[in-house]
Design a protein around this ligand. Structure first.
Ligand code: ATP
Length: 583
C-alpha cells in the first residue's frame, strides 16, 4: 500500500466537518488496507506510532523537522522558517517548498516503510540520537511527493490533528469488517480491556469477531478505568444501590493502575499514560505489600510521614516532574490506598462481584505505613452514610464512592455507571459535582486584559456523536499566572476555524483543538439559548449552560478531552439539581 493513499485520505478528512463522512472515509480506507497493515494504519490515522500507553513518541520538534527539510531541499534553514511564518504551518510550508523545488523521486513511499522508519525514529534515544533521527527522516523526505511531505512533517512533529477520536475509529471498524452496528459492543469491550485500538483492529481482521470476543486483560497492558456516576442525596444513593452499599473514602490524589509480573512493574495514570518512572518509591511499597502478580487500582496521595495525614491534592503536583529525584521522594512522600483488584496470578477478576474482589484484597495485601486499603464501611441507612461522609471529609478526602454489593457488581472497564456512585456535594452551589470541561475557544479581554484571553469557551464531550458541545464561557477564577500559563499551553493548538468536532453556536475570537481539560464550578445548570450541550434534549430550542462559572484552579492534565464530563452526565446533574431544589 502506498503512503500516497494515506496522504490523500488525510487530505479528504481535513476538508470535511461531517462526522458521518469521516466514518465513511475511514471505512473505505480500512477496507482497502492489507490485513498486515491495519494496526499501523489505525495508529497513523490518529497521529501516533503505537498505543498511547507505550509512551512511545517521536521527540522530534519543529526545529529538527526544519533542519531535515532544509538539508533535503539544499536551502538554508532561515528560508524554510520564513515560509513557515508566511503560511503559519510547517506542513503547508513543506508542501509549498516541495512544489517549487522538491526532489523528483523515482521510488514511491510505502506505508510499511514510513511506519517502520517512524518507529525507528521513535525508538532512537541516547547519545547521537538527534543526528540519527534526522538521517532517518531525511530518507523519507527524499522519496516523498509534496502532499506526502505535508503529512510526514505534521506526523513527526505530532501535529497531525485530523480530529479522529477513538469512537469514530470504532464505528468505522465495525462497519468496515462486520457491517453490523450491533457488534460495536464487542469491539468496545476489547478496547476497554486492552487500551489498544490497533491491536483490536488487527485481531478483528485476522481472526474475526470471535477473536475480538476472546481478547482478555493482560499484565503490562492498561485496562480502561471503571468510573462512577454522581448523586447528591444519600437517600437516593442508598435506594439506587438496593438499600445497602460499600462506602469507601474518595481520596483526592492521582488514580494509578499498578501492574506486576514477577519483578516487573508498570504504573498507569487515569488517562493510561505510562508513569512507572514517576513513582519508584510506590513500586517498592507495593513490592513489600503484595507478593503476587497483580493488577490493582489505587489512589496515590502525598502524606505527612510524621502524622500519616493526607496532604491536599496540590502537593502531589510537585511529583509531576520529568526526573523524580531523592529530593522529590523525601520532600513529597506518597502513600497508596488500594480500592480494587482486576487480576491475580493469571486469573482475570473483572467479572467477580465487588465484595469478592474486596475480600481478595483484604487477604493478599499486607498493609504497611504506605500501603493501605481504601477505608470502607458497609452502610444501610442515611444517618450512617452521612456520618461516614463527614468522617471522610475530616480525614482529608473529597467525599465517598458508594459501591454496589450486588451479584452483578463486576469491574466495568471503560464505563461510567451506577455500580459506583460518588458523593461529594459542593455545599456552596446547587451542583452535585464540579465539571471537567474542555477549552475549545477564547474571547479577547477588555481593558487591562486587551490583547490577551478574557474568557474561555468550554465544552463537554458527547461520545455518541464524538463531539464537544459548549456549556459556558468562563473568565473568573483565573490568576494572571493562570492566563499566562494557558496562553502558553494553548499556543500550539490554535486553529484557523472551529474544530470539526466542536459544536458551537457562539463564534469565538480564537479556536483551539480540544485538548486541555479544566475543572470548572458554578452556581447551577440552567436552560440556555446559546450553549449546545443537551440541545433539544431537555427543552426544545434550548441547551444547558452553567451559570456563574469559575475555574477552580485545577488543571485536569490526567484527563484526555474525551474524558471530560459528558453531555449525558450534565443532563443527569441538571435533573438531580431540580430534584434537590424541590427537596
Ligand atoms: P473525579 O474528578 O471525581 O476524580 P473521575 O472522572 O476521575 O472523577 P470518577 O469515576 O468520576 O473519576 O470518580 C472516581 C474517582 O475517584 C476515581 O477515578 C479515582 O481516581 C478516585 N477515587 C478515590 N478513592 C476511590 C475509591 N475508594 N474508589 C474508587 N475511586 C476512588
Amino acid at each position: 500500500m502506498e503512503y500516497a493513499k494515506l496522504a490523500r485520505f488525510y487530505s479528504k478528512i481535513e476538508s470535511t466537518s461531517s462526522r458521518t463522512r469521516m466514518i465513511q472515509l475511514l471505512v473505505e480506507l480500512f477496507r482497502e488496507t492489507p490485513p498486515e497493515l491495519i494496526d499501523k494504519v489505525v495508529y497513523l490515522s490518529v497521529g501516533r506510532i503505537a498505543p498511547e500507553y507505550t509512551g512511545l513518541d517521536y521527540n522530534f520538534g519543529e526545529k529538527l523537522a526544519i533542519k531535515a527539510l532544509s538539508e533535503v531541499l539544499g536551502v538554508d534553514e532561515h528560508s524554510v522558517e520564513e515560509k513557515v511564518v508566511e503560511l503559519g504551518d510547517l506542513g503547508d510550508a513543506g508542501q509549498k517548498l516541495y512544489e517549487e523545488k522538491g526532489p523528483q523521486p523515482e521510488d514511491r513511499l510505502s506505508v510499511r516503510e514510513v511506519y517502520e522508519t517512524l518507529l525507528e525514529i521513535a525508538r532512537t534515544t541516547g547519545v547521537g540520537a538527534l543526528k540519527r533521527k534526522i538521517e532517518l527522516f531525511k530518507r523519507l523526505l527524499l522519496k516523498a511527493s509534496p502532499l506526502e511531505v505535508k503529512y510526514l512533517l505534521r506526523t513527526i512533529t505530532e501535529k497531525l490533528r485530523l480530529g479522529i477520536g477513538d469512537n469514530t475509529i470504532m464505528d468505522a471498524l465495525v462497519l468496515a469488517f462486520t457491517g453490523d452496528q450491533r457488534n460495536r459492543f464487542h469491539i468496545e469491550r476489547a478496547y476497554n480491556l486492552s487500551s489498544d485500538l490497533g491491536y483490536v483492529a488487527k485481531v478483528l481482521v485476522e481472526r474475526g469477531l470471535e477473536g475480538v470476543k476472546a481478547i482478555k486483560i493482560e499484565v503490562g497492558r492498561p485496562v480502561r478505568p471503571m468510573l462512577a456516576e454522581r448523586m447528591s442525596m444519600p437517600s437516593l444513593i442508598l435506594k439506587k444501590l438496593g438499600g445497602r452499599c460499600g462506602a469507601e473514602y474518595k481520596y483526592d490524589g492521582e488514580r494509578i493502575q499498578a501492574h506486576r509480573k514477577g519483578e516487573e512493574f508498570w504504573l498507569y495514570s487515569r488517562r493510561l499514560e505510562n508513569i512507572t518512572h514517576q513513582f519508584p518509591d510506590l513500586i517498592e511499597f507495593l513490592k513489600e505489600s503484595i507478593h503476587h502478580d497483580f493488577i490493582v487500582e489505587l489512589e496515590c496521595v502525598v502524606i505527612d510521614p510524621a502524622s500519616g495525614q493526607i496532604q491536599p491534592f496540590q502537593a502531589l503536583m510537585n511529583r509531576k516532574v520529568k526526573y523524580v529525584s531523592r529530593y522529590h521522594i523525601l520532600k513529597y512522600p506518597v502513600a497508596g490506598f488500594i480500592f480494587d483488584i482486576l487480576y491475580l496470578d493469571g486469573e482475570d477478576l473483572t467479572l467477580k462481584p465487588y465484595p469478592e474482589r474486596r475480600r481478595i484484597l483484604e487477604k493478599i495485601v499486607k498493609t504497611t505505613e504506605r500501603i493501605n486499603l481504601a477505608t470502607r464501611k458497609v452502610v444501610d441507612n442515611v444517618e450512617e452514610l452521612e456520618a461516614f461522609f463527614h468522617q471522610a471529609i475530616e480525614d482529608g478526602c473529597e467525599g465517598l464512592v458508594c459501591k454496589s454489593l450486588a451479584e452483578n457488581s463486576v469491574y466495568e472497564a471503560g464505563k461510567r455507571g451506577f455500580l459506583w456512585i460518588k458523593y461529594k456535594r459542593d455545599y456552596k452551589s446547587h451542583l452535585a459535582d464540579t465539571l471537567d470541561l474542555v477549552v475549545v475557544g477564547a474571547f479577547h479581554g477588555k481593558g487591562q486584559r486587551a490583547g490577551h484571553f478574557g474568557s474561555l469557551l468550554m465544552a463537554c464531550y458527547d461520545p455518541e456523536t464524538d463531539q464537544f458541545k459548549t456549556v459556558c464561557k468562563v473568565g473568573t477564577g483565573f490568576t494572571e499566572e493562570d492566563f499566562r500559563k494557558l496562553e502558553e499551553m494553548l499556543k500550539d493548538r490554535r486553529m484557523e476555524h472551529r474544530h470539526p468536532r466542536v459544536n458551537s453556536l457562539l463564534s469565538a475570537d480564537m479556536w483551539f483543538e480540544p485538548f486541555l481539560v479544566l475543572e470548572i464550578t458554578g452556581a447551577e445548570l440552567t436552560y440556555s439559548p446559546v450553549h449546545t450541550c443537551a440541545w433539544d434534549k431537555v427543552k426544545p430550542g434550548r441547551g444547558l449552560g452553567l451559570r456563574f462559572p469559575r475555574f477552580t484552579g485545577r488543571y485536569r492534565l490526567d484527563k484526555r478531552p474525551e474524558d471530560a464530563t459528558t453531555e449525558r452526565e450534565i443532563i443527569e446533574m441538571f435533573l438531580q439539581q431540580k430534584q434537590y431544589k424541590a427537596y
